[in-house]
Ligand binder design. Structure first.
Ligand code: ZN
Length: 685
């Protein structure tokens, strides 16, 4: 009896967990407005997983645990679309748009009031069109568009897309699920994730995707849906294919609002207007925003809003008359490779890039494009003189996709790998098992230029007006040989004035900006050092933890790894960096110049350091701080650290395995605190 009722309880608990998790995933992925923490979410997921493991008979396809993907399948099943997925006719300029308006106007009653002809304008995501079928509110099938008549069954893969609802309605207060509905939309890969995916592909020596669309299509069409699950795909709904046993609508707009209520992600940028001029304005606006969107949009779709009018206008050939896609200029172009050059990065990595015959790609003139690395360049066999396809997506650096072999000049020669650094002429090094080729010359001028550029950049020391050209000039003139020398420039005023383009005013401003940069927060200084693997975010973590450059420099790999989110690779990289005499010399110069090397602490009103006037003794091993770090931290906050406990001691900081100091402190009635309390007193994390 107890057994049976507990079985029912478990089924109920599982159902409740699923509903809750699906709802929270929707808040997170679709609304971008979570109401619980990630940890709480993980807890719910864990509980569900545990229950399902114990009761596999209770697993259903709408369970959020099923978003992880299934084992590979030999091929995709074909799917015939019950309602064909038509394509759209295209417009490329405003003239085309006005012609479209004229065409539909002619087919509609002459006396149709202007306000009855409304348009819905939507951004056109550059991804893969899919159709999702829900029966009784459960996602039962996801299919690609294919040729519009026949697509492929990619249900398992689409299940892994986080913002595709597995069950509708998602929200507890949503409208009831219709008996059957087909929702159409686009699966896409945000540009940031696209770049990351390509980086990972590159690291694995695998093929790069030319653009986010190919990457999205490639990800959805993986035969192993577990691979799809690892790609951060997203979905936008833009239409209802068909709907049975649900509400009926008179307009496309209302249908979109209904999808939104059911829990589907619908673009926030859709507009409805009667004013055709506003439609054109919206298109222009999107053309300008295009480069700054987090996803790739290749155009704008304009639809007649009224479903009755859509019916009346009908379909011609393969495309509805009531809709049109305004296409932005393509992001792809062909041009010729004038030369292949090599850039030397700040860590010494050599990167090839192509100098191109200038070409317009999606409204931007492109003169150079990256070739990623030598392996990629060799595999694609790109040669000087080749006609190549160049693509550009969003803010991404243009890249050469491939050569057009039919147009290769007969006398072209394969590219020869550089054996020497183009900047300093030293032989290059290719570490075993790495794709990258390096110049390891510590005095390489090109590397120094890059290091200086990085040091003065905005997320680092933010020295305004100090650009690449100035870095080159100063290095060429021998005025700086490492970033520490930047702070000695104030003593070299006369020599600065002799440089080309340097007037009194420019020198004054530059020196002022250099002086001001000494007060940059510690995290900026840590980022500025250019330690491999330590970008702005890691730098902030390290600065907040160690609170001073000295403490960071003294940290061991072990201590670094105890810091949250710092892994063994970064820990090793940090320790290696500080161990090099060349870097110690830089640090010496920075300290001598008076660059701030301690974290700004939250100080009391009046600017007093929080521990001013307090005396501390440390005993035992602290959980995360070494003795030196704890000392640095206390001193940075204005406190004093002594070796032995006396009546003048205010606090004993107690760690594991304390010595006799603990006994002594107890005898004297001195307050005993732990590391966490110490951090709290200082106001540090
Ligand atoms: Zn070099």
């Amino acid at each position: 009896m107890a057994e049976a009722s507990s079985q029912v309880d478990i089924a109920e608990r599982i159902a409740r967990l699923r509903a809750e998790i699906n709802y929270h995933a929707y808040r997170y992925y679709t609304l971008d407005d979570p109401i619980i923490s990630d940890a709480e979410y993980d807890q719910l997921m864990q509980e569900l997983r545990r229950l399902e493991e114990a009761h596999p008979e209770l697993i259903t396809p709408d369970s959020p645990t099923q978003r992880v993907g299934a084992p590979p399948r030999p091929e995709f099943r074909k799917v015939i679309h019950p309602v064909p997925m038509t394509s759209l006719s295209n417009a490329f300029n405003e003239e085309d748009m006005r012609a479209w308006l004229m065409r539909i106007r002619r087919l509609l009653p002459e006396d149709l009031p202007a306000e009855e002809l409304a348009f819905v304008v939507e951004p056109k995501f550059d991804g893969l069109a899919v159709a999702l079928t829900y029966e009784g509110g459960i996602l039962v099938r996801g299919a690609t568009r294919g040729d519009g008549i026949e697509g492929e069954d990619v249900t398992e893969n689409l299940r892994t897309v986080k913002n595709i609802p597995l069950r509708i309605p998602v929200a507890p207060d949503g409208p009831p699920a219709p008996e059957r509905i087909e929702v159409r939309g686009e699966v896409y890969l945000p540009i940031a994730d696209f770049n990351q995916l390509n980086q990972e592909q590159m690291a694995k020596g695998e093929r790069l995707y030319a653009n986010p669309r190919n990457a999205a299509a490639g990800s959805v069409r993986q035969l192993d849906s577990r691979i799809t699950a690892r790609r951060r795909l997203a979905f936008f709904a833009y239409a209802i294919g068909y709907l049975e046993g649900g509400p009926s609508f008179t307009s496309h707009w209302d249908a979109l609002m209904y999808l939104k209520e059911l829990g589907f992600p619908v673009s926030q940028d859709i507009r409805r207007t009667h004013d055709f001029e506003e439609v054109l304005r919206f298109i222009r606006e999107w053309g300008e925003r295009r480069d700054h969107l987090p996803y790739e949009a290749d155009g704008v779709v304009i639809k007649v809003d009224s479903l009755a009018l859509q019916q009346r206008l009908g379909i011609v050939g393969n495309a509805p008359r009531w809709a049109i896609a305004y296409k932005f200029p393509p992001r792809e172009a062909t041009t010729r490779v004038l030369s292949i050059e090599v850039n030397v990065g700040r860590t010494g990595v050599l990167t090839p890039y192509a100098v191109l015959e200038p070409v317009n790609v999606g409204g931007v003139t492109v003169r150079q494009a990256t070739l990623h690395n030598f392996e990629d360049l060799m595999r694609k066999d790109i040669r000087v003189g080749d006609t190549v396809i160049v693509v550009r997506a969003g803010d991404v650096i243009p890249q050469v996709v491939k050569p057009i072999l039919e147009r290769r000049p007969p006398d072209s020669k394969p590219y020869a790998m550089p054996t020497h650094c183009p900047s300093c002429g030293e032989p290059v090094v290719k570490p075993e098992g790495e794709v990258a080729v390096y110049c390891v010359n510590a005095a390489c001028p090109a590397q120094l230029v890059r290091r200086v550029e990085h040091f003065v950049s905005r997320s680092a020391m933010d020295i305004v007006g100090f650009g690449e050209r100035i870095a080159e000039q100063l290095i060429e003139a021998g005025l700086i040989s490492d970033v520490g020398d930047i702070y000695t420039l104030k003593d070299k005023r006369e020599r600065l004035l002799q440089l080309e383009g340097f007037g009194e005013k420019k020198v004054d401003n530059l020196l002022k900006a250099i002086e001001a940069s000494k007060q940059q927060p510690l995290e900026h200084l840590v980022a500025a050092l250019g330690i491999p693997g330590v970008g702005s975010i890691v730098a902030k973590t390290l600065a907040e933890h160690f609170l001073s450059l000295d403490a960071l420099a003294a940290a061991t790999e072990e201590e670094l790894q105890r810091v949250e989110s710092i892994g063994p690779e970064i820990a090793r990289s940090v320790v290696d960096w500080f161990a090099r005499p060349r870097h110690q010399e830089v640090l010496r110069k920075l300290r001598a110049a008076g660059v701030r090397t301690e974290a700004a602490l939250r100080t009391a009103a009046g600017g007093a350091a929080p521990l001013r006037g307090l005396s501390f003794v440390i005993t035992g091993t602290l959980p995360t701080l070494s003795r030196d770090q704890a000392r640095a931290l206390i001193e940075a906050a204005g406190g004093k650290v002594t070796e032995s406990v006396s009546r003048k001691t205010d606090y004993l900081v107690l760690g594991e395995n304390p010595g006799s100091k603990l006994q002594r402190a107890r005898e004297l009635g001195i307050k005993i605190i732990d590391e966490a309390t110490l951090r709290q007193m200082i106001g540090a994390q």
